[in-house]
Design a protein around this ligand. Structure first.
Ligand SMILES: Cc1cc2nc3c(=O)[nH]c(=O)nc-3n(C[C@H](O)[C@H](O)[C@H](O)COP(=O)(O)O)c2cc1C
Length: 222
């Protein structure tokens, strides 16, 4: 593996604090041009990415915040799963512990946890929000195409000196998002992503999440 690629992979983190610095259309096009070199089943490329910035971004985030504040029940396209096996649950719990620990948030401090939660609905200050769609009639195999694209995209973004954070949190009201993305019923929105330039002063951006030991995620049968 080239040093450059391994460095990029290790440098990429989910960025949760962005500068107020715009990302131009040419950069967005380049990001998709490179990311969509990702493999997909029979080259289906069964996805579409819609970028929202400027005033529509501001209005969209305000609508999502208002809906949450009004107590509207969340309804993501794919319901959040529960019942994770304990091995997986442990990792998710660990992330919360580590991230809150890094940010100096006491787990019992509900106000501080809420403040962090709400940052999701400001897209962490990112000037661009991407929404990822797959065709409405398709499911698992298209999600694989999309997942590979997303992973590749996060590295392409990193290689261009920018930063990102995938956001399941932005998928809670697909109907609201669909109005802004102008996607009709033939497409379903899966997940969002904050995109922009990392704020080096944001303490959260110095956080690197852990990974499970290799023995937990792989086995070699010889
Ligand atoms: C599909 C998906 C949805 C995610 N949703 C959120 C989210 O809503 N808010 C958030 O802060 N991070 C979110 N993340 C980021 C993960 O928490 C992060 O990728 C994980 O903790 C590993 O950390 P790293 O990306 O910094 O290596 C999401 C990641 C993925 C892949």
């Amino acid at each position: 593996m080239s040093t450059e690629l391994s460095e990029l992979i290790q440098k990429r983190i989910s960025t949760r604090g962005f500068l107020d610095q715009p990302v131009g259309a040419a950069e967005l096009r380049r990001i998709v041009e490179l990311s969509s070199r990702a493999p997909s089943w029979k080259n289906a490329q069964s996805y579409k990415i819609i970028f929202i910035s400027g005033q529509p971004r501001i209005s969209l985030l305000a609508e999502l915040q208002a809906a949450l504040q009004a107590g509207r029940p969340v309804r993501p396209t794919y319901a959040y799963e529960s019942g994770h096996p304990s091995l997986i649950k442990k990792r998710m719990f660990q992330l919360g512990m580590d991230l809150y620990g890094h940010l100096g948030i006491d787990r019992k401090d509900k106000a501080a946890r809420d403040a962090h939660f709400w940052r999701n609905y400001e897209a962490f200050g990112a000037p661009v929000i991407a929404f990822f769609y797959i065709p409405a009639g398709l499911a698992e195999w298209s999600l694989i195409d999309l997942g590979i694209l997303m992973g590749q995209m996060s590295l392409v973004i990193e290689s261009m000196g920018m930063a990102s954070c995938f956001q399941a949190s932005l998928s809670v009201f697909p109907d609201i998002v669909d109005r802004y993305t102008q996607m009709g019923p033939d497409w379903k929105m899966i997940v969002g992503m904050a995109l922009g330039y990392s704020d080096p002063e944001d303490p959260g951006n110095a956080f690197q999440s852990s990974r499970a030991p290799l023995e937990e995620v792989m086995q070699i049968i010889d």
